[in-house]
Design a protein around this ligand. Structure first.
Ligand code: HEC
Ligand code: HEC
Length: 211
C-alpha cells in the first residue's frame, strides 16, 4: 500500500512537471486555445489514476521490450544474445565489469560507431554494450507484470523516476538503434512513436502494473 501511494505521488510530481511545460507552451499561444485546454484536462485526469488503462497501455508496450532487438542486450546471463532467435553471442563474448566486454574481447573491437553494411555484420553505436553486472536490467523471461515492476524500481532501473524512464525510451540512441538495426534484422512490433505513446499513457494513467 505504502509503495502504491509513493508511486502515485511520483506520478503526480512527474505530471506537475509536464503541466508546467504545457502551461509555458500554452501561455505562448492564444489564451483559450484548444491545445492548452486539452493539456489541462490531461493533468486533471491524471490526478485520479486509472489502473486498468495504465495496465493495458503497458501491455501494449511490453512486446517491444522482449523483442529480439531489445532483449538481446538485456539478457539474464552474462553474455549478449544475437539474432531473431536470441541465441547466445558467439565467440564467448561476455558482459565484463563495465558491460563493454572483457579484456581482449571488448565490444568496440567489432562493434563500430555505426552499423556495418551487409547481413551478419556487427551492428554499431558509440555506446554499444550491456548494462553493468551491478544492475543488469534483465528483460529476457520477464512477464509484463515483472518487467513493469522492475522498470519502476529505481534500485533496478538505474535510479530513474518515471519521467526519466520516459525520456530514456523516447530519446536514448541505443533504444533508437532498435528501429535502425542494420541489414537483415527485424524491427520491434510497434514503431517508436507508438511505443513511446503507450509508455506515456502508462505514466499519465498512474503507471499501475499488470498482475
Ligand atoms: C569478435 C567480434 C565481436 C565482439 C568482441 C562482440 N561482438 Fe557483438 N556481434 C558481432 C557480430 C559479427 C554480430 C552480428 C551477428 C549476426 O548478425 O549474425 C554481433 C551481434 C551482436 C548483437 C545482436 C544484435 C541483434 O539484435 O541481433 C548484440 C546484442 C551484440 N552483438 C552485443 C555485443 C556486446 C554487448 C559485446 C561486448 C560485451 C559484443 N557484442 C562483442 C561481433 C562481436
Ligand atoms: C546495444 C545494447 C542495447 C540495446 C540494443 C538496447 N539497450 Fe536498453 N540499455 C542498454 C544499456 C547498456 C542500458 C543501461 C544504460 C543506462 O542506464 O543508461 C540500457 C538501459 C535501458 C533502459 C533503462 C532502465 C531499465 O530499467 O531498463 C530501458 C528502459 C531500456 N534500456 C530499454 C530498451 C529498449 C526498449 C530497447 C529496444 C528498442 C533497448 N533498450 C535496446 C543497452 C541496450
Amino acid at each position: 500500500m505504502a509503495n502504491r501511494i509513493k508511486w502515485q505521488i511520483l506520478a503526480a510530481l512527474a505530471l506537475v512537471g509536464i503541466a508546467c511545460a504545457s502551461l509555458a507552451a500554452w501561455s505562448q499561444r492564444s489564451a483559450f486555445a484548444n491545445g492548452g485546454r486539452s493539456s489541462l484536462v490531461a493533468t486533471v485526469a491524471a490526478a485520479s489514476p486509472d489502473d486498468a488503462a495504465a495496465q493495458s497501455a503497458f501491455e501494449r508496450a511490453y512486446p517491444v521490450f522482449v523483442s529480439p532487438r531489445c532483449q538481446n542486450c538485456h539478457p539474464s546471463g552474462d553474455a549478449p544474445l544475437q539474432g531473431d532467435d536470441s541465441h547466445v553471442h558467439t565467440q564467448d563474448v561476455k558482459r565484463g565489469t563495465d558491460g563493454h566486454g572483457v579484456y581482449g574481447m571488448r565490444c568496440q573491437t567489432c562493434h563500430q560507431d555505426a552499423n556495418l553494411p551487409g547481413a551478419n555484420m556487427p551492428p554499431g553505436n558509440p555506446k554499444w554494450g550491456l548494462p553493468s553486472p551491478q544492475m543488469k536490467m534483465i528483460f529476457v523471461g520477464r512477464t509484463a507484470g515483472e518487467l513493469c515492476r522492475q522498470l519502476k524500481d529505481p534500485k533496478q532501473n538505474g535510479g530513474r523516476n518515471l519521467a526519466q524512464i520516459l525520456t530514456h525510451v523516447a530519446t536514448d540512441d541505443l533504444v533508437g538503434w532498435g528501429w535502425n538495426p542494420g541489414d537483415g534484422r527485424t524491427l520491434p512490433p510497434l514503431n517508436r512513436p507508438d511505443f513511446v505513446a503507450a509508455m506515456q499513457e502508462w505514466v499519465n494513467d498512474g503507471a499501475a502494473c499488470p498482475k
